[in-house]
Design a protein around this ligand. Sequence first.
Ligand SMILES: Cc1ncc(COP(=O)(O)O)c(C=O)c1O
Length: 505
Amino acid sequence: MTVPEGRSVTPTPVTSAAQLFDEQNIDHYRALVAAGVDRVVGQLVGRDRPFTGITPDRLAPEISAIDLDRPLGDPAAALDELERVYLRDAVYFHHPRYLAHLNCPVVIPALLGEAVLSAVNSSLDTWDQSAGGTLIERHLIDWTASRLGLGDAADGVFTSGGTQSNLHALLLAREEACRLREKEGFRRPEILPRLRILASECAHFSVTKAALLLGLGPDAVVAVPCDRDRRMLAGALARELDRCRRDDRVPMAVVATAGTTDFGSIDPLPEIAELCDRAGVWLHVDAAYGCGLLVSRRRHLLDGIGRADSVTVDYHKSFFQPVSSSAVLVRDRATLRHVTYHADYLNPAHSAEARIPNQVDKSLQTTRRFDALKLWLTLRIMGADGVGELFDAVVDRAAEAWTLLAEDPRFEVVARPQLSTLVFRYLPAEPAGVTPDAIDRANLHARAALAASGEALVAATVVDGRHYLKFTLLNPRTSVRDIAEVLDLIAGHARAHLGDRLVHA
Ligand SMILES: Cc1ncc(COP(=O)(O)O)c(C=O)c1O
C-alpha cells in the first residue's frame, strides 16, 4: 500500500481487535506508523530552533485537561492532539543548536531497529521469548568486549542506561568483596559498613546512588581529587587506598571515568589499573560517554580499559543510538552469577544445564527490550567506522570551539576538552565592581533566557562554587559558526542582565 499523503490516516477500525498488530491489520499498521513518521517529519522541516521555550505552566493545563477515559478514536485526531501537547514543543536533539546534555542525534538505521523491535516486541530475558534476539545481543556484547580488549572470558548484558550499568557493576564488585571477606570469617553485616568505593570527585552521581541502593554506609563513596584537567590523580588514589587499609576499610571498587559528564575528562586508566591490580581491588570503568572512542581514530585515549573488571558503555550517548541503549561488561563472565536466580516459571536450572542460552541469568531486569537491535542495524548498515566518523567530528568540533572560547575575552573556559564538552562562563570586560555572585547570576540568566527563546539550549554546572555554562557537543552538524552565534547570544543576555542590575543597584 502507498504511504498516505498529508494528514490522512486510515479510518478508525471499528473493533478493538482491529488495533492488534497481526496479519489481519497490516494496512492499519502500515498506515498508522507512516502517519506517525509523517508527523515527526513535519517537525523536522523548517525547524529553526531546538525548542519553543514552552514552560511547564503553559503546557501542564493542556495535558491535564485531556480525559484519558474518553478516547478520540480517530488516529488523525490523536496525532493532532499529540502535536499540540508534545511534538510541537519537544526538545529536539537533532538540531545543531541543542548543546546541552549528553543527548545525541540518532542515526536512521537505529530508528529502523526501533520500529522493528517494538513491533516484534521480543523480550530478551529467555530464549523462548526472543530466540535470535538473544544471540544477536550476545554477538554485540562480544564485539564490544573485544573492542574494549577485555579478553576471552568477558561477557555482559544490555541495560537501560549508564545508571543501571554502574549499579550492576558495583553490585558484582560488592558481591566479590563480600565473598572474599566471608572466606576470612567475617559476616555480611560486619563487612557492608566497611566497604568503600573510590571514585573521582568528577564521577557521575549514579555511583553514589548505587552505593545507597547496595546498602553501603553513607560514607561509602570516597571522592578522589582530580588534576586541573579533571582527571583523577593517581597519587591521590594510591593515598586513599592506603588510608582505607590503615582505617580497616575495604576498598570494594575503584570507579574510573572515561569521559566525565561535565568535562569529558578521561582518568589515567593504565595507572589506575596498576594500582587496582596491586591492591587487589575491582576496577570499574564508567565509559558511558567515552565509549564512542571504541570506534574512533582516538581509540588510544581508552588505553588501559581492557584491564577493567567491569565497564559501562552507553551507546545512547556516543554511538548515536536512541534511548535506551547501554551495556555493562565484565572481564570474568563468572562474576555475573551474582545476579543469577532460577525460577521454575522462567529459567529453571535444568534449562541452563541443557545450555539453552538466556540473558536473564546475567541481568538485573527480567522483561527487557531488544535494544541491541538498534546497534545491530547501525553496524550492519553504516558500520563501526561510520559511527566513529560522527563521534570524531564532534570531538574535532569541540577542539575548535575551545580555541574560539580561549581567544574570546568575553569568556573564561575551564579545561581543554578530551572529548566534546566545554565548561565556560561569561565574564564582563571590566569585572571591577561586579561581584562574583552577580557574574554567577548573569550566567544563569543567560542560560535561562536562551532556553526561553528556544534559540539554543546549553547546560550549566558549578565549578569551585561558581556557576558555569556547558556545551555538550554531540551533533556533527553543529558548526563553529553555530557555536560562535550561540556565544554571542549568551554574551548579549549576560551583559544585558548585568547592565540592568548595575542600573538598578
Ligand atoms: C559518566 C556518566 N556515567 C553514567 C551516566 C548515567 O547514564 P544514564 O543517564 O544513561 O543512566 C551518565 C549520564 O550522563 C554519565 O555522564
